[in-house]
Ligand binder design. Structure first.
Ligand code: PGA
Length: 253
């Protein structure tokens, strides 16, 4: 089974509208030969989505958001619905990022509601899981990953899981300059694929893209992307500059 590679830039709370124009302009100009068999996605902040959609029209780069409400509409001040994201041209949404868990107290059950809503609405969720440094050092990585995967995918049909993307992002590697080794990352990716197989089937588990995130850069990306169960990356810091983002995109081959 060959899976298409998947690279997404998570801009987090960076780049206003003007800066979005500059960055996307640089990315589009640098993307003369798009990488083969690779899906490319950028996830700018909400206020930049409209402009990003216009700039990306006709390119191979798809648009994603960084969060979404579990509700359809109504009195939820400050929230953004799936329908609103679809109306802005989003096809993807990052859900359950560790920064949402840490700073905004998102739990696996809340993330599960959001994942269900995204899939029902026709958005593809990029679902994040990952252990903290404490959990890794205490030998609890596998248990933590298992409970997160079970929690966020609870009740989902095989078809739904088939269309999702899973991101393994060890919390201790995010924005720290510390990357998981290829073996550490492969081990967890393999574990996630086995957990998916338990919940679905071998065929579906083999088809789901599982991407790595955590201090990816043009130097470490090629080795990580060569591992059997690593299908691409979720890139934070290095996605904020056209040159480094493009280099990572080109290293999927
Ligand atoms: P980083 O962020 O590449 O800056 O470590 C990755 C992420 O949080 O998605």
């Amino acid at each position: 089974m060959t899976r298409r590679k998947f690279i997404a830039g998570n801009w987090k709370m960076n780049k206003d509208v003007g800066e979005t124009v500059t960055l996307l302009d640089g990315i589009l100009r640098g993307l003369r030969t798009p990488p083969e068999d690779t899906d490319l996605v950028v996830c700018p902040p909400f206020p930049s989505l409209e402009r990003a959609r216009t700039l990306l029209a006709g390119s191979i780069i798809r648009l994603g958001a960084q969060n979404m409400s579990q509700f359809d509409n109504g009195a939820y001040t400050g929230e953004t619905s799936a329908k609103m994201l679809l109306s802005l041209g989003c096809e993807y949404v990052i859900l359950g990022h560790s920064e949402r868990r840490q700073h905004f107290f998102e739990t696996d059950s809340l993330i599960n509601l959001k994942v269900v809503k995204a899939l029902e609405s026709g958005l593809i969720p990029i679902i994040c899981v990952g252990e903290t440094l404490d959990e890794r050092e205490g030998g609890r990585t596998a248990a933590r990953i298992e409970s997160q995967i079970e929690g966020v995918l609870r009740g989902l049909s095989e078809d739904s899981i088939h269309s999702a993307v899973i991101a393994y992002e060890p919390v201790w590697a995010i924005g720290t300059g510390k990357t998981a080794t290829t073996d550490q990352a492969q081990e967890v990716h393999h574990q996630i694929r086995s957990l998916l197989e338990k919940q679905t089937s071998r065929e579906t588990a083999e088809s789901v893209r599982i991407i790595y995130g955590g201090s990816l850069n043009p130097k470490n990306a090629p080795d990580l992307f060569r591992m059997k169960d690593i299908d691409g990356g979720l890139i934070g810091g290095a996605s904020l500059q056209a040159e480094s983002f493009l280099k990572i995109c080109q290293s999927t081959g």
